[in-house]
Design a protein around this ligand. Structure first.
Ligand SMILES: *Cc1c(COP(=O)(O)O)cnc(C)c1O
Length: 234
């Protein structure tokens, strides 16, 4: 198992490096978030031992439990490197307290109400956040509509308890990963438009096991990879 996680991690890192080279990008611009949701703490330990630092969780209680067991980076505890946690999932306002102070980045803020709940829990500090965009306009998906995205960003940027960093998306499911490219480009274009209007949208969280190389080619700064590192979730 240890060998498997270490080997898969190495393979994913090599694929990210190759995608960066092909796109003329510096691999240091792309952060690999290893998505450990539904995998045990032991899987996280194995990835840590293989040099992985950033981990993603999608359920607030699971994040709380794993953080209690494994610690919370980026500080170093003794000789151990502690995991740096990202929160990826939709977040209910009554679970915000389980995430603020633990996650270095909340990837899926999609409403002013949620933003306000995060800021109320954060003050006097600031929680780094991304705005999730429903790039495919799918009724069943979370995320703000592309047309309302920059207005929401403007409001969140005005909240002193939030540190707006960029945008995130999960494109419509497809069996052809190249089809995700137009959705990733839409997210990149929105961020560029926002930056032109003075919004701090430097980060682009996009790309999962199926399509992270396509996302890197389109400018991803964070790729969120679960299955390709930890195997299928049960
Ligand atoms: C589960 C999840 C991932 C990882 O998906 P894989 O296909 O296993 O790589 C990435 N992002 C989010 C938001 C997720 O919920």
């Amino acid at each position: 198992m240890t060998d498997t996680v270490a080997r898969r991690l190495e393979e994913v890192r090599a694929r990210i490096d190759r995608a960066c080279r092909e796109a003329g990008r510096d691999p240091a611009e792309v952060r690999l978030v290893a998505v450990s949701k539904a995998h045990p703490a032991q899987a996280v330990r194995e990835a840590l031992a293989a040099g992985q630092v950033d981990f993603g969780e999608s359920y607030a209680q699971e994040l709380r439990d794993k953080a209690a067991e494994l610690g919370v980076g980026p500080s170093v505890g003794g000789t151990r490197t502690l995991p740096v946690w990202h929160f990826l999932g939709p977040l209910q306002r009554n679970k915000v307290r389980l995430v603020v102070g633990t996650a270095v980045l909340v990837h899926a803020v999609d409403s002013e109400r949620l933003g306000r709940a995060i800021q109320d829990r954060s003050l006097p500090r600031r929680t780094p956040v991304l705005v999730e965009v429903n790039v495919g306009g799918e009724p069943t998906k979370h995320g703000v509509d592309p047309g309302s995205c920059l207005d929401l960003c403007r409001v969140l940027h005005g909240m002193p308890g939030l540190d707006l960093k960029g945008l995130m998306c999960i494109p419509p499911a497809t069996d052809d990963p190249t089809r995700a490219a137009r959705f990733f480009r839409l997210l990149a274009d929105l961020a560029a438009e926002g930056r032109a209007r003075g919004l701090p949208l430097e980060s682009l969280s996009m790309g999962m096991s199926q399509d992270f190389e396509v996302a890197v080619a389109c400018g991803a700064t964070h790729v969120r990879v679960g299955t390709a590192i930890f195997g299928e979730r049960s």
